[in-house]
Design a protein around this ligand. Structure first.
Ligand code: F6P
Length: 537
């Protein structure tokens, strides 16, 4: 059902009119325990959504709307393996990858069997028993993949670098730009380098091309064709294609069509994470995600973290004209989280057709962006504070320090908290004038400068605090975002599990690559495309 057909929609519109006239400051003044009333806590993760333009009534209406849109049933269907991806006629069972329990479904069993296989690979590498073509142990692993076969494992490997247990190095290559792989390989030793070709489909041009480049690099270094198998692992649903390019059958880890690319870091696609941080930590990551799964499945919507986060996003995009959402992790090791969430959220919700195929005439997926704090404060935060857009932001803080420099950690936390406070309360004209007066400026100068110093405040944000950047807490955080996207997709009435828009570019790239190669332009193409090609040949 399109959301505006829900009975609660007109009441939400009225509620918006009412709340528009209320400042966030006033909401906090009227309810001194607002932070308690608008927050949820789970083991290791605290979610404060009090700095939002929401009243208890708003939440009740959003809850009603979610029920009318069938969110509780959609959650059940997600977990029970219904074909929720209706354009590809299959389930989206990434939650099975992290399930634990007695009675297992086929998918859950397959996931556990694969984890055992991953553990064997990791143990061999860690024990220096995985040998290259000259019988030297592997000391570098290069993951070749793109999109979901890169962003998740790359981001988590970095995020968990504090729990790294392997002395070797794990690197990532994604881009078709040859500079990516050649810069990566430049200082590596072919004798001790192992490649993982990570591709669900095993048809992705970037990944296959980079894999061939890696093969050539090994051969040029003296590795015989028959010895290449020592240097390649493949992770894919397309086992025949992996074998066809020469990957040994024993070095192939399976993937399944019921795991979407952007939901696949929990599968064997997470092998680089497990190599870097160890299989036990990888399993803790899964356990944290499983905890969030159970919460999403069982908690009442009014206390359901991912559902509430989705309610907030829906509320702002439908009623407050927001079009983007900032992700601001105050943790250097989470610097790749915004890029990871871009794929998760924008590839899932960037749609303009309902699940049943009707054209959408309302706002769907947001533009997700951000960077790690405190760096962003010296860049785009100016626009958050004094710009004209409504940009809800997620601040992510970590309680335990991530380095021995505890004093710096305190400063980092202070930066994060003060930014969310500044967005909430801003700076009034009166305060700005007082500040200028204290500098001893003349009245005329004070009046000239003061308007520039006003910060409107009243800007919404959520704050998430993780007890520590442990594998378990990180797993919970990522599953939180996955389920937020799912809940939002139900409210927006779209299928979050396909990505047909990406296909068009892939289709068009082939003839253009051919045209560049042949130095011939197709006269049927538009004049811009023709001219651009002519300039490049
Ligand atoms: O870019 C589209 C996409 O299909 C993503 O959804 C996916 O994660 C990525 O390409 C890589 O696909 P594969 O793992 O099949 O190589």
């Amino acid at each position: 059902m399109k959301p505006f057909n829900a009975k609660s929609y007109p009441a939400l519109r009225e509620n918006h009119e009412e709340l528009k006239t209320y400042s966030l400051r006033r909401l906090f003044e009227e309810d001194t325990l607002r932070a308690n009333h608008f927050s949820v806590e789970l083991d290791g993760m605290y979610f404060d959504y009090s700095k939002n333009h929401l009243s208890a009534k708003t939440l009740k209406l959003l809850d009603d709307l979610a029920n009318e849109c069938g969110l509780p049933k959609a959650i059940q269907h997600l977990f029970s393996g219904e074909h929720v991806n209706n354009t590809e006629n299959r389930p989206a069972l990434h939650t099975s990858l992290r399930h634990r329990g007695e009675k297992l479904t086929d998918q859950q069993q397959a996931a556990i069997d694969t984890q055992k296989q991953m553990r064997r690979y990791v143990d061999r590498i860690h024990a220096n028993e995985w040998l290259g073509y000259t019988n030297k142990p592997i000391s570098t692993v290069v993951n070749i993949g793109i999109g979901g076969s890169d962003l998740g494992p790359r981001m988590v490997t970095q995020a968990l670098s504090g729990s790294k247990i392997w002395a070797g190095e794990v690197l990532f290559v994604a881009n078709i730009d040859g500079a990516d792989i050649s810069d990566t390989l430049r200082d590596l030793d072919p004798e001790t380098t192992l490649f993982i070709t990570a591709s669900k489909s095993f048809t992705t041009a970037e990944t296959l091309t980079n894999t061939l480049t890696a093969k050539q690099w090994l051969i040029q270094a003296g590795c015989k064709e028959t010895e290449l198998a020592h240097h390649f692992i493949a992770i894919t649903t397309n086992i025949d294609a992996a074998k066809a390019i020469g990957v040994d059958e024993d070095n192939i880890l399976p993937l399944w069509d019921w795991v979407g690319g952007r939901y696949s870091l929990w599968s064997a696609i997470g092998l680089p994470i497990a190599i870097s941080t160890g299989m036990d930590n990888f399993e803790d990551l899964l356990a944290g995600a499983n905890m969030m799964d159970e919460h999403y499945k069982n908690a009442d919507l009014s206390e359901n973290m991912p559902a509430i986060a989705a309610f907030c996003s829906f509320w702002y995009s439908q009623f407050w004209k927001s079009q983007s959402h900032a992700v601001l992790p105050y943790a250097q090791r989470l610097c790749r989280l915004p890029a990871y969430l871009q794929q998760l959220d924008m590839e899932s919700l960037g749609k303009s057709i309902t699940k049943e195929g009707e054209t959408i005439d309302y706002h769907t997926g947001n533009i997700i962006w951000g960077t790690e704090g405190s760096n962003g404060q010296h860049s785009f935060h100016q626009l958050l504070h004094q710009g004209t857009h409504v940009i809800p932001a997620d601040f992510i803080l970590i309680n335990q320090p991530m380095s021995p420099l505890t004093e710096q950690h305190m400063q980092l936390q202070a930066c994060g908290i003060s930014q969310s406070q500044a967005l909430l309360q801003g700076k009034t004209l009166k305060d700005a004038m007082k500040e200028l007066e204290s500098l001893g400026l003349e009245q005329k100068e004070i009046e000239r400068l003061a308007p520039h110093k006003i910060v409107a405040g009243n800007k919404p944000s959520n704050t998430i605090i993780l007890d520590s950047l442990s594998p378990k807490n990180l797993g919970a955080l990522l599953a939180f975002y996955e389920h937020k996207v799912h809940a939002l997709s139900v409210l927006l009435d779209i299928n979050p599990f396909d990505q047909w828009g990406v296909e068009l570019g892939k289709q068009l790239a082939k003839p253009i690559a051919e045209s560049l190669k042949q130095k011939k332009v197709d006269s049927k193409w538009d004049s811009s495309t023709r001219t651009l090609i002519e300039k490049l040949i």
